[in-house]
Ligand binder design. Structure first.
Ligand code: BDR
Ligand code: CA
Length: 333
């Protein structure tokens, strides 16, 4: 079954993988994409998204600009040490001709929810500012969305921005608190599972060896990402945050442990700011039901994710006869 999707992202190398994965998935029909500041500014993320869509032969999908600043404070400049100064590992893509949508990202989400009531799926793989703004625009939104899948947070794992906070939540804790308190079906894909599923250099080489433009470009971008993660894992490889959230959102991979629990976001200004405090004290009794809880927190998967991801990306465009687009790939030495 194919579901309509709204994607909210801060494109970003792993966001680029998630976008490609979603476009390649028969279960997803991407109806609109919103950009938010995170890895890069919302404007740069939107540019990257337009260029990737062009490369992928999906330039018809509308891209809307979203929030530059978080609900409280201002954009901190992104993560060039992780994603490169342009967000896509210093790879240069042909500039797309398509322009940004005339609506904002929160407006786009609200419009799509009304166009596809009860069936729209939301995948949020950046800070949650646009989603929180959409909730403010239309408080009925949760009742219209079938499910929202969020890459973010750390349940039992350490954070990646502070000892306890993960980047997407840390970049806008107030927005995350609003979104996680809303009355909808939420699947949270935290660092616990995304750090445990790793893409290896052999997988990157498979992507690089492809004659198709999208997997090849992703392989190039991953070179930069791998260099950052070498400092964390001790070898050339990377976590797969956003594509894993995409795969869970389309239902292509199965969670092994994913209790439905209460989750609260720390919005204080102390050392816990941005922490996703998950009620996991049921661990020793196989997580008994928590009354009123609606956040499914994915802690582990049934199967290793990397082979499925690589297989899906390598098949990208094979059946869609994408012309060999004029793509300019360049990387620093
Ligand atoms: C998340 O933060 C961003 O840097 C990645 O794109 C991902 O969405 C991981 O913490
Ligand atoms: Ca992201």
């Amino acid at each position: 079954m194919t579901s309509p999707f709204y994607l909210d992202c801060d494109t970003g190398i792993d966001d680029a993988l998630a976008l490609a994965y979603l476009l390649a998935s028969p279960q997803a029909d991407v109806r609109g994409i919103g950009a938010v500041s995170g890895n890069v500014s919302a404007a740069v993320g939107a540019r990257n998204t337009l260029d990737l869509l062009e490369l992928a032969g999906h330039a018809h999908i509308p891209v809307a600009l979203g929030a530059h600043d978080p609900l409280s404070g201002s954009f901190g400049g992104g993560a060039p040490h992780v994603h490169g100064s342009n967000g896509i590992g210093e790879v240069t893509l042909t500039t797309a001709e398509a322009h940004l949508a005339s609506e904002t990202a929160p407006e786009m989400l609200v419009r799509l929810a009304h166009e596809y009531p009860g069936t729209l799926r939301v995948l949020a793989i950046g800070p949650l500012t646009n989603i929180a703004e959409a909730l403010r625009l239309d408080p009925e939104l949760p009742g219209l969305v079938e499910e929202i899948t969020i890459m973010g947070g750390a349940a039992l794992a350490p954070g990646n921005i502070t000892r306890v906070a993960e980047a997407n939540i840390a970049n806008d804790p107030e927005a995350a608190a609003l979104v996680l308190a809303a009355d909808w079906n939420v699947t949270l894909v935290p660092l616990d599972v995304t750090m445990a599923n790793v893409l290896e250099e052999s997988h990157r080489q498979e992507l690089l060896a492809s004659s198709l433009p999208v997997p090849k470009a992703l392989g190039e971008m991953l070179g930069y990402y791998f260099r950052f993660y070498e400092g964390i894992y001790g070898r050339a490889c990377s976590a797969m945050h956003d594509p894993l959230a995409a795969a869970l959102a389309v239902g292509a991979v199965t969670a092994a442990v994913a209790p439905v629990v209460h989750v609260e976001v720390d919005t204080t200004s102390g050392p816990g700011r941005g922490q996703t405090i998950c009620e996991l004290r049921g661990l020793y009794m196989d997580y008994p039901e928590q009354l009123g809880a609606r956040c499914r927190v994915v802690l582990s998967l049934e199967d290793d994710f990397a082979p499925h991801l690589v297989e899906t990306l390598l098949a990208f465009g094979v059946s869609e006869a994408i012309p060999a687009a004029p793509v300019l790939l360049s990387q620093p030495n």
